[in-house]
Design a protein around this ligand. Structure first.
Ligand code: AMP
Length: 363
């Protein structure tokens, strides 16, 4: 198929995902141009054009400079995406940016998820809590990330104020899942419909922020991997999706319950840079450019996020085999500023680094 391979990729956004896409593009001889702001971290490796991502005219003008446009965040207003040569397509992004549409879509695909109800008012919340029971989680339908836009409701005490606390915007109430583990599955689908899958990834979150991703998932079985692959295949085919897709799941009693999907490269796939034959970033570029997808063959690997501050090079260089990815962002509490990757066999070093990066978890 694709006889003409476009060579210039436009990325809407210029944060760390755009940065790592641009790094992967370099080795493929592909130019990446990002739409963002001065000082965004992708500036170190790619051209960044100052674009107001809420302005359809500016976005369309930016898109005209690229052969194909992709995203690094799903939180982009749907109105700016129409009419672009976009991969993944705007319909897929529109579903992934709205938790209610996303959950209904999972159900339509026959993919189990936590029980949920739409909440559009404080009264809705009272009745939804009665129906679903507590504890439950109230989540804004849009613009939630890294645990933002969520309130955990342990008892009815917080019910009267929770809706207003989230800004009175459309929400969903979700039943609390008592999961055995959290995992994600990442796949890439090419323009001819071919699909490659990475192995299930085990994820540890705290305060809604990913802290650690491990491959392979300790509880992985062939059956679980196959269930995940069957689910992602349904999603990808139903959406005629092109590019990398990540779906986060809860593992409950040996089964997968979908939590959410990201229509883009994903934090839980950063380990693929060192741990897989072809990284998620390279496979995303290959997919959207109509190139052959690369092997996802992987070795056991652990990725640790650096939240708030980046350990110095001096400190990280003391651990042999540690790969340090510094996004060059200013440190700020709760902000992802970099990540470290290690071979999973380095158990002791991983434990020490996890403790160093997550002091609140200790004791
Ligand atoms: P989310 O932004 O939906 O991915 O939520 C962030 C994190 O909150 C998840 O990774 C889980 O650790 C936790 N969480 C979200 N929804 C639920 C749920 N329905 N039940 C239990 N934990 C949840």
């Amino acid at each position: 198929m694709n006889d003409v391979t476009p060579k210039r990729v436009g990325v809407l956004g210029a944060g760390q995902l755009a940065l790592m896409l641009a790094e992967a593009a370099k080795t493929l001889g592909i130019a990446v141009v990002c739409a963002g702001q001065r000082g965004d971290c992708a500036e170190r490796v790619a051209e960044v054009v100052v674009v107001d991502l809420d302005d359809p005219i500016q976005v369309a003008a930016f898109a005209g400079r690229a052969d194909v446009v992709t995203i690094e965040s799903e939180n982009i207003h749907a109105s700016v995406l129409t009419g672009l040569n976009l991969a993944p397509n705007a319909h897929a992004i529109g579903i992934a940016q709205d938790r209610l549409l996303e959950k209904r879509f999972f159900e339509q695909c026959g993919i189990g998820c936590a029980p949920f109800l739409p909440v559009d008012s404080a009264e809705d919340l009272q009745s939804a809590a009665k129906l679903l029971g507590l504890p439950a989680i109230l989540k804004t339908r849009r613009m939630g990330y890294d645990g933002k836009g969520q309130i955990r409701l342990q008892s009815s005490e917080g019910l009267p104020t929770a809706f207003a606390e989230l800004g009175g915007v459309p929400c969903i109430l979700e039943g609390m899942v008592r999961f055995d583990a959290e995992v994600s599955l990442i796949a890439a689908r090419g323009r001819a419909g071919e699909i490659v899958f990475y192995p299930l990834i085990e994820n540890v979150h705290r305060d809604g922020i990913l802290r650690r991703s491990t491959v392979p998932f300790a509880g992985a079985t062939d059956a679980l991997q196959q269930q995940g692959e069957a689910y992602l295949r349904r999603i990808l085919e139903e959406l005629d999706y092109v590019g990398v897709l990540a779906v986060e799941f809860f593992v409950v009693g040996g089964k997968l319950l979908a939590n959410e999907m990201a229509p883009r490269v994903h934090n839980s796939g950063h380990w693929t840079i060192e741990g897989a034959k072809t990284s998620q970033f390279e496979n995303h570029l290959r997919a959207i450019l109509g190139m052959e997808l690369g092997s996802t063959e992987s070795v056991p690997t652990v990725m640790l996020n650096c939240i708030g501050e980046m350990p110095s090079e001096q400190e990280t260089s003391a651990t042999p085999g540690l790969h340090r990815h510094d996004y060059g962002k200013a440190g700020r509490p709760g902000r992802k500023v970099g990540h470290l990757t290690l071979a999973a066999g380095e158990g002791e070093a991983i434990g020490q680094w996890y403790a160093r990066l997550n002091p609140e978890d200790q004791g």
